[in-house]
Ligand binder design. Structure first.
Ligand code: FAD
Length: 470
């Protein structure tokens, strides 16, 4: 009898653990269950949903090459997933369902309900660990706890990693055709804001592996030196593909082994620091499972629950619109809104500016990012925001407060990135782009800084300190 393969954020036929397992068991019928309303409630915006949609189309074509039809079901709520999948299983006489785990709390609950429903119906549903080298719970501290700090997590990751964990799964051989056509994917319901930058993010695993190859050929060697400069395209720009599984971490790490003399650490090239970023990705997925409060809009650090975030609508709007008067922050926010993506250095700078300089609740920034990011992914976004707000896993305490002007001078020395996204400053000489004099701002209709760095920094320090001392 046929076996169902439920695709979610693992939109690929190469190196897919659950797909390989399903294909070993019987002829495969693939299914994608779209829950646009629920994803909206989770805060995903048009860019991510559009990329997801295009990714499912590309997947359907790739599966057709293996004679695996991709069926499509729309549901409103995760709660409807068990019934939708059971109905499908009954319609097609399938006795088993395979899927790859997703780790945020809501997704885990949905999957547990699906497993229950299948078990009660006398069928099997099986989750596979696929998105990370170590399943959450496999890497623990000496005391048996989840790691709450990155560096020891990364050390343990390197220590315990075996080549076997990185072995790639084969693409299943084409199966004899089934008497079943793939469903046509219905269009997405009209989205609040139209997607932006779609041309820059062609969907599907071919696009993803092209991008990986180009990264390795042209950028990887300089990655360590260039990764922090937003004006240089120095990073892989693979995050949307990794977030939706159009590429696996194993494919990335195998590529590193191939380029780096069979090593993941201690190589000469920038690849070692790139591996480190992939470990960050994995770390935050473990954090979401080990500390599920972070999935409930709560901070990782319990003491920070009581932080008195400021009510400042004008400040929040200025931040969202890229009109804070801090050119690097404004360029970053405009990059996000105009392209659906933001450079990592700037995610840190702009997130910290909202949480520290403006003392606005990081959760508002987290939601704004998710609404715009094409790579929006709960664990990385929440982890990054809590890191920047010092409510999370940062090993450095709350007094890490970046000075945006210094960051700009260091990481955008000629102000080229600022000039690209804040065009009103592009005619200025480089030395004025980071912090234009007041009269020039006035003339160019560019805002004065909405807060003074020194005053805002002190306010943040005092606020955090008063709580820590309580
Ligand atoms: P590269 O530098 O080439 O890194 C390779 C891959 O490693 C990335 O594609 C990504 O999958 C992973 N990665 C890199 N840095 C991190 C990190 N700090 N945490 C977790 N994974 C990482 N990343 C997302 O994928 N989705 C998000 O929603 C997201 N939100 C963020 C919010 C904030 C406030 C911060 C500070 C960071 C966030 N990141 C997020 C992490 C990081 O900024 C992006 O992954 C990175 O900028 C993507 O660019 P790249 O693919 O060129 O990365």
């Amino acid at each position: 009898s046929p076996v169902l393969m439920w695709f979610r954020s693992d939109l690929r036929i190469h190196d897919n653990t659950a797909l390989a397992a399903a294909a070993r068991q019987g002829p495969v019928i693939a299914v994608f269950v779209r829950s646009v309303a629920h994803w909206h409630r989770h805060g995903h915006g048009a860019n991510k949903l559009d990329f997801w949609q295009r990714g499912v189309k590309a997947l359907s074509e790739a599966l057709a090459g293996l004679n695996i039809p991709l069926l499509h079901r729309d549901i409103d709520d995760f709660q409807d997933a068990p019934a939708a999948l059971l109905t499908l299983a009954r319609e097609h006489g399938a006795t088993a369902l395979h899927f790859n785990h997703e780790y945020p709390l809501d997704e885990q609950r949905r999957d547990a309900a699906v497993i229950d429903a299948f078990t009660q119906a006398g069928l099997t549903a099986r989750g596979h660990h696929d998105a990370v080298a170590f399943a959450p719970g496999e890497l623990l501290t000496g005391k048996g706890d989840y790691y709450g700090v990155f560096t020891p997590f990364a050390k343990a990751w390197h220590r315990q990693l075996t080549l076997q964990r990185l072995a790639l799964h084969d693409v299943p051989a084409p199966q004899p055709p089934l008497a079943l056509e793939p469903d046509r994917l219905p269009e997405l319901p009209a989205l609040q804001d139209p997607p932006v930058g779609a041309h820059w993010w062609p969907a599907g695993e071919e696009a993803a592996s092209d991008r990986l190859e180009r990264f390795l050929r042209f950028r990887a060697r300089h990655y360590a030196a260039q990764r922090d400069f937003p004006g240089i395209r120095g990073t892989s720009e693979l995050s949307p593909y990794l977030a939706l599984g159009m590429l696996s971490h194993r494919q990335c790490l195998q590529a590193v082994l191939g380029e780096n003399d069979g090593r993941l650490a201690d190589g000469e090239h920038g690849l070692t620091s790139w591996v480190n970023e992939l470990i960050w990705r994995e770390f935050y997925q473990h954090v979401a499972v080990g500390f599920p409060r972070v999935c409930r809009h709560r901070p990782f650090q319990a003491w920070s629950e009581a932080l008195p975030w400021r009510d400042d609508e004008a400040g929040f709007t200025a931040w969202c619109e890229g009109r804070t008067g801090y050119p690097i922050v404004d360029a970053a926010m405009r990059q996000l809104v105009q392209t659906g993506w933001m450079h990592n250095r700037l995610r840190m700078v702009s997130a910290m500016f909202l949480a520290k300089h403006l003392l606005i609740d990081w959760r508002r920034g987290e939601a704004f990012f998710l609404r715009h990011l094409v790579d929006g992914e709960f664990c990385a976004n929440n982890g990054g925001w809590q890191w920047a707000a010092s409510t999370g896993t940062d090993a450095v305490p709350y007094f890490r407060i970046f000075n945006p002007m210094t960051q700009a001078r260091r990481f955008d020395p000629e102000g080229t990135f600022i000039a690209e996204f804040v065009p009103e400053l592009s005619k200025l000489p480089a030395r004025h782009r980071h912090d234009p004099p007041s009269d020039i701002r006035h003339r160019l209709n560019y805002p004065q800084p909405i807060v003074d760095h020194r005053v805002a920094r002190q306010r943040a320090l005092d606020t955090f300190k008063s709580l820590k001392n309580d």
